[in-house]
Design a protein around this ligand. Structure first.
Ligand code: SF4
Ligand code: SF4
Length: 268
């Protein structure tokens, strides 16, 4: 994203809107500027603000005049009064920033919006996670923090070494140059995104090894990591996963139980 210095009147409205803190006011130039390396191309500023078309010269003159009387002209907080926020033409590899950060953009490789697939939320239909298996989602980054692919790669490589199976339809899997080792494409490693989800599955016995590996690697990363595990419940709603996690000393909360009301399309 770019801010047109010819149009910007330095009202500061867009500064608070950016979830990455990538926009600031350059007080020497009296214009807003985007720190390009921190911008994740989420389009929140461009799409989230109302773009008005007031004359920049007129607005600057009014602001200067009012300032002389210790008054201010402030547009409504969700407005860029001069339509100064301008999307750049994104090319590879920068375009992956938008694919993972703008929820209305469909990921070209998978047809999935944003960061991951439906995970196991539709497992009653997809049967992606079979009986005795556990599905994992490892989530990286949050607004204000973000994540670079080089940190995601540290995790995927460490996890690959435990013999896991990455979900083929996941957008991060698609960016791997080697799915067996978890190596990501070299040209995206420095790209920063709002967040990403890595998905994979193992047999239930592997849960302790995998979770300890996630815990160890997460401590070395310059971002935040959240992990979810899921499995099939018995008819009574019980699962072996609960006991296993408790025995291994992992604090957990059962976040969601899907009742399996969908129509199954595959048997396993
Ligand atoms: S909202 Fe528009 S005019 Fe105001 S600082 Fe941002 S880019 Fe400049
Ligand atoms: S596109 Fe997103 S990250 Fe970039 S400047 Fe706008 S709000 Fe901030």
């Amino acid at each position: 994203m770019r801010i047109d210095p010819q149009k910007c009147v330095a009202c500061g409205n867009c500064v608070a809107v950016c979830p990455m803190g990538a926009i600031s006011i350059d007080t020497a130039k009296n214009r807003a500027v985007v720190q390009s390396d921190e911008c994740v191309e989420c389009y929140t500023c461009y799409r989230g603000m109302s773009m008005e078309t007031l004359n920049p010269t007129l607005i600057r003159t009014i602001r200067r005049l009012l300032k002389a009387f210790r008054l201010r002209f402030d547009p409504e907080p969700d407005v860029c009064p001069t339509s100064a926020i301008t999307p750049d033409e994104l090319t590879w590899p920068r375009v992956v920033r938008r694919a993972f950060s703008d929820p209305v953009v469909t990921h070209e490789s998978t047809g999935v919006h944003g960061r991951g697939t439906e995970e196991v939320k539709t497992n009653d239909v997809t049967r992606r996670i079979g009986i005795g298996e556990v599905g994992y989602v490892v989530e990286f980054g949050r607004p204000t923090v973000g994540v670079r692919f080089r940190d995601i790669e540290k995790m995927t490589q460490a996890l690959a070494a435990t013999g896991i199976e990455f979900e083929a339809k996941n957008p991060v899997t698609h960016l791997m140059s080697n799915k067996a080792t978890g190596k990501l494409r070299d040209d995206i490693l420095n790209e920063k995104i709002l967040s990403a989800i890595v998905e994979f599955k193992t047999r239930i016995d592997n849960v302790p090894v995998v979770l300890r590996r996630v815990e160890d690697v997460a401590r070395t990363l310059e971002t935040v990591v959240a992990v979810g595990v899921s499995t099939r419940c018995s008819e009574n709603g019980e699962s072996a996963l609960d006991t296993l996690l408790a025995d291994e000393g992992f604090a957990f909360a059962r976040g969601k139980t899907n009742l399996g009301l969908g129509r199954a399309i595959a048997k396993s």
